[in-house]
Ligand binder design. Structure first.
Ligand SMILES: Nc1ncnc2c1ncn2[C@@H]1O[C@H](COP(=O)(O)OP(=O)(O)OP(=O)(O)O)[C@@H](O)[C@H]1O
Length: 338
């Protein structure tokens, strides 16, 4: 069964192509849509909701055409927008009841569903207080609740972990999983953090500059993407230990790249593709053979920009080629080592 399908979906704004011939198919479950800021995630969601017309191409959601059946789609799909859009002066209960009524629920059902949904997302007594006094985590929960209150078949969650601290983020990711496991609702969740989507999603779709880089099951994604970050010392015999190791490892047939992420010392880090466990031994033996000191050897989480670079090098957007990443980056932030 297909939940979302797009075919050559394109959206051009006067100065930028936000989506560029995107073709993909999403099945039931929790699907992550990952891409750097500006990759086209929010634009895609707006088209899928029938709120913004595509320039070219077609898309369907739950079998309905986005161009002609937008209202039908919005009846059966919940949407949690990225930005803070909550009225500060009303309580979570008042707001979510209002949203439930807007979705067509009768007054009593709207109140009952609101109570159940707010409890499900972890808001209890505070649901009677004005939203303006809520923490970011509580506001995100209200936004999630209003997306779920009309019992949709599918929800679009746009950057639901934005602004949350690590604990809040984990809680939100747990909630998202339960939306599917407890209620059978399919989820399309966007993030610029590949790592968190890997943990939460059955399937991950990667977009960059409006193009599809990769669409595959999470297991498949992570299996192919283990990379070792290796750093060594220099010696008298090898004044540039990094270069010596790189050439020796390449000589053994391994794929090696420089980290090149602009961080201090990053030029000394080599990224070695680790297709299987023997690569650890090869690296260790090669370092020892050259007489270099091993500063570190660790599974590496990449900046998402590196994912895109590797994927670009691998070929066409829908190629099943390697996307060299296991990890995550903060918004505009630094490399996150595993
Ligand atoms: N209404 C618009 N008019 C002109 N350009 C737009 C419009 N909406 C989006 N864009 C541009 O389209 C591109 C994709 O934006 P989009 O918001 O879809 O990205 P995103 O992946 O959701 O990123 P973010 O997480 O930062 O919102 C960006 O270059 C953005 O500036």
């Amino acid at each position: 069964m297909t939940v979302i399908a797009t075919e050559n979906l394109t959206k051009r704004f006067p100065r930028v192509t936000a989506l560029d011939r995107l073709t993909m198919r999403i099945t039931p479950g929790v699907t992550g849509l990952v891409g750097a800021n500006g990759a086209g995630k929010s634009t895609l969601i707006k088209i899928l909701l029938g709120l913004s017309p595509a320039t070219e191409g077609t898309a369907s959601v739950l079998g309905m055409d986005v161009a002609t059946q937008g209202a039908g789609i919005r009846e059966r799909v919940g949407y949690m927008p990225e930005h803070d859009c909550l009225p500060p002066d009303v309580s979570a209960t008042e707001f979510v009841v209002h949203m439930a009524r807007m979705s067509g629920l009768p007054a009593t059902a709207a109140r009952e569903r609101t109570a159940d949904t707010l409890r499900h997302v972890g808001l209890y007594e505070e649901r009677y207080r004005p939203i303006g006094g809520y923490s970011t985590g509580m506001k995100q929960r209200v936004k999630l609740a209003q997306a779920l209150v009309h019992d949709p078949q599918l929800v679009f969650l746009d950057e639901p972990t934005n602004g949350l601290d690590p604990v809040g983020r984990d809680d939100m990711l747990g909630l998202i999983r339960r939306v599917h496991s407890d209620f059978g609702i399919s989820v399309l969740v966007t993030s610029h953090l590949l790592g968190e989507l890997e943990r939460t999603c059955d399937h991950v779709v990667v977009v960059d500059g409006g193009k599809l880089l990769r669409s595959s099951s999470t297991a498949d994604f992570t299996q192919r993407t283990t990379t070792l970050a290796v750093e060594v010392t220099d010696t008298d015999a090898h004044p540039d230990g990094t270069a010596a190791l790189r050439s020796a490892l390449t000589g053994t047939g391994l794929t090696v790249a420089g980290a090149g992420d602009g961080l201090p010392g990053a030029g000394r880090v080599l990224l070695v593709e680790a297709a299987d466990d023997t690569v650890y031994d090869t690296v260790r033996d090669t370092v020892a053979g050259l007489g270099l000191g091993l500063v570190r050897m660790e599974q590496r989480r990449h900046r998402i920009a590196e994912v895109f670079k590797t994927a670009d090098a691998a070929g066409p957007a829908d190629a099943a080629g390697p996307v060299g990443a296991t990890g995550t980056t903060e918004k505009g932030g630094s490399t996150d080592a595993a």
